[in-house]
Structure formats: structure tokens, C-alpha cells
Write a protein that binds this ligand. Structure first.
Ligand SMILES: [Fe+2]
Length: 382
């Protein structure tokens, strides 16, 4: 019998919903909150705005921001130590994917102990985590709703994928107003990251009717709003649409997992210490071209979701058009055309390809691939 599962946090969405954090932490039994916030979000003043909501609910807090844009193993270990020393009993993350992923890793180590490497892979967390509340500050990672945490292994220089239902936050609070302080470059990277989540989840071997509905709607929202969101920091309609798209793409990939673009992107990001959005965006069209024969009908559906209503086109033509449209969108929002522009050297491609095949995201890619196939895709995206 075929069994499918769908996990999701409680979701609070809307302008001004940041004011819900105190009530949410209190309701989950928190007395002292370990507040994880990245430097960017502190500098924009959002943490200062958030603290009175915690104080109004008579909550104590300890703020931690000592982690990198790609959170590292030793940083989250230090975070878990501080969590215990400070006597915290809940984790609240306000920030981009890095802050939320770091918060999940701290919660894992605080309750399960050991080193974060022990949880790399699928379903290796065995003890319940403290309550997690996540407030995303970018429209892209989807970490606020996902069962994923990506942590860099400082020795192996790779990004570890940790997947567990225990990592799904208890409550996700998405306030699109926060997106108005994100610059256009980060808006582009994170928006393309959300698109890669939605497309990879939609064609994933683990996709279901429940994940498809979210993936397709996210694709429609991103195709219609990412350009406008990159063009203007104050376009409220575009920000609301992108916040919703990121959340829905997150629900889709959290439950359907991803594919080769992410398996490859994690290796490049780990090696060069780059945020994932830009590398995923460069790799996505090349991976879609490779995956084409496995996903013609689904890519044709993506074409319609992206706004093309042409009954004369065959599914094959629509699928190819989809790849061109994804490439055009990436170009329009300023994504560089090749990985060489990010500083990648061609000599490392064999090693990156061997590691990509071991990444948990590869398992659900719709087309089988050998190390040689992956090397070929890397060269095409170079
Ligand atoms: Fe991602």
C-alpha cells in the first residue's frame, strides 16, 4: 500500500503578524525564549520591534546572533551550550533561512545532545525538540514550514542536509512587511530559491496531490511577482505574494523533498561558502534540461502556471518553453549566467559531483543520474 504524509506547522500569515510572537511563545509553554536573529535583521530594527511583544507576555529572552550566513557545525554547538546555560525552554527564530536553520540545529542539540553531524540524513532525531517558532525575514528558504535544516560541516566543507519531522517549527509567523527591508539582490536570490523549491518539489518522485497544489500556486505567484518585488522594496502587493509563494514552496518541498539542483547546489555552497539561492538559480535550468525526458507533462503544467495559455503547443514544446522562461526570469532579476562567475574552478567539478550523489536531495530527483551525468550538468552550468 502507498502511504503519503504531509507535515505543516500552525501558520499565521499577514501584515503586522509579528505582534503574535509573545502569545505564541507563551501558548507553547515558554518562560525563557532563545531568540535567534541574524545581524541583518537586528540592524534593520526588527528585533527591537519584536522584544516588547515578548515582554508583554512576561517572557524572558536571550538573544543569539553568533552564526554565519551559512551556519556552521561549531557555531550551532556553541548555541546549544548557551541555550542550556541560559535556562531557555523555547526557540524563536527571526531572520532568513540561516537563522531558522541555525535555530533548528540548536534545538536539536539542546534536546538530543551529541554533534550535529550525527543527525545528517533522514529521520535520525529521536528525542522531542523544544518548541520552535519561526518568523522568516526573506521570501525564499521556506525553512519556517519545512522539516529541513542545512548546516555547513567546517571540516568536510559541505552543507549537510538534516531532514526530520521534528524540525518542522510548531508555529510559522509570516509577516510580509518584514520583506520591505530586504535589498533587491537578496530578494532576487531568495525568490529564485523559492522557485527552485517549487519546481523541484513538483517533479520530485515523492510529490503528491497535496504537495503539487502548493508547488503550482507558488510557481504562479513567483512568475507573476518576483520581478516586481525585485524592482521595488515598497511594492506591498508583490511582497505579500512572494511571502505566500515562499511559504507554499516550503510546504511543497518539505513534504516532496527536492532534486538534483539542490543536491548540486549544496556542494557548491559548502565549498565556496555561498548562500544557496544564487547557485540553485544558475543550476536549475541545466538540471531541468537534464530532467526533461522524465517530466515533460509536469513541466508543461508549470508552463501554464507561469501564465502561458497556448493550446497549440505540444507538452514537449511547453516543457521546453518552461525552461527558457525560468532562464529568462533568472536573467531579469540579475542572476549571473554561469557558476564560473561565482568563483568556481572547473577542477573541483568531479569532487562536487561525487558528493552531490550522496546528498539526501538526490534521492527524489525524477531522473537517475551517474557521477558523469552530474559532471556534465555542472559543465553546462559553468
Ligand atoms: Fe533550498
Amino acid at each position: 500500500m502507498y502511504i503519503s504524509k504531509f507535515v505543516s506547522p500552525e501558520i499565521i500569515f499577514g501584515k503586522g503578524s509579528l505582534n503574535q510572537i509573545g502569545e505564541c511563545c507563551f501558548r507553547l509553554g515558554a518562560t525563557k525564549v532563545f531568540l535567534v536573529a541574524d545581524r541583518g535583521i537586528i540592524d534593520c530594527g526588527w528585533v527591537e520591534k519584536a522584544l516588547p511583544y515578548l515582554e508583554n507576555s512576561r517572557l524572558q529572552y536571550y538573544t543569539w546572533s553568533n552564526f554565519s550566513a551559512n551556519p556552521r557545525d561549531f557555531e550551532v554547538e556553541k548555541g546549544a551550550l548557551l541555550y542550556s546555560e541560559e535556562g531557555c525552554d523555547a526557540v524563536l527564530a527571526i531572520g532568513g533561512g540561516s537563522a531558522i536553520d541555525a535555530a533548528k540545529a540548536v534545538a536539536t542539540l539542546a534536546s538530543n545532545g551529541g554533534r550535529i553531524q550525527e543527525y545528517e540524513g533522514i529521520d535520525l532525531i529521536t528525542k522531542p525538540l523544544p518548541p520552535i517558532i519561526a518568523v522568516p525575514s526573506t521570501a525564499g528558504s521556506g525553512s519556517e514550514v519545512s522539516q529541513f535544516s542545512i548546516i555547513a560541516d567546517s571540516k568536510r566543507k559541505i552543507k549537510m542536509t538534516i531532514i526530520s519531522k521534528s524540525l518542522v517549527p510548531d508555529i510559522a509567523i509570516s509577516d510580509p512587511i518584514i520583506l520591505s527591508t530586504v535589498n533587491s539582490r537578496l530578494t532576487a536570490h531568495t525568490g529564485m530559491e523559492a522557485l527552485s523549491h517549487a519546481i523541484e518539489a513538483f517533479v520530485s518522485l515523492a510529490s503528491t496531490d497535496l504537495t503539487d497544489v502548493h508547488a503550482l500556486h507558488a510557481i504562479k505567484l513567483i512568475a507573476g511577482n518576483l520581478r516586481a518585488s525585485v524592482a521595488s522594496q515598497v511594492n506591498e502587493g508583490a511582497k505579500v505574494a512572494m511571502a505566500k509563494a515562499s511559504l507554499q514552496a516550503g510546504l511543497a518541498f518539505s513534504n516532496a523533498v527536492l532534486g538534483l539542483a539542490h543536491a548540486m547546489s549544496h556542494q557548491v555552497g559548502g565549498l565556496l561558502d555561498l548562500p544557496i539561492g544564487e547557485t540553485s538559480a544558475i543550476l536549475l535550468p541545466a538540471v531541468m534540461r537534464f530532467n526533461l525526458i522524465s517530466s515533460i507533462d509536469k513541466f508543461a503544467e508549470v508552463c501554464r502556471a507561469m501564465g502561458i495559455k497556448d493550446n497549440q503547443m505540444t507538452n514537449r514544446q511547453a516543457a521546453e518553453k518552461t525552461i527558457d522562461m525560468v532562464q529568462q526570469l533568472a536573467e531579469d532579476v540579475g542572476i549571473p549566467p554561469g557558476l564560473s562567475q561565482l568563483g568556481l574552478s572547473e577542477e573541483v567539478i568531479p569532487e562536487l559531483s561525487r558528493n552531490a550523489i550522496k546528498d539526501a536531495c538526490f534521492i527524489t530527483n525524477p531522473r537517475d543520474a551517474t557521477v558523469e551525468d552530474i559532471m556534465e550538468i555542472f559543465h553546462r552550468a559553468f
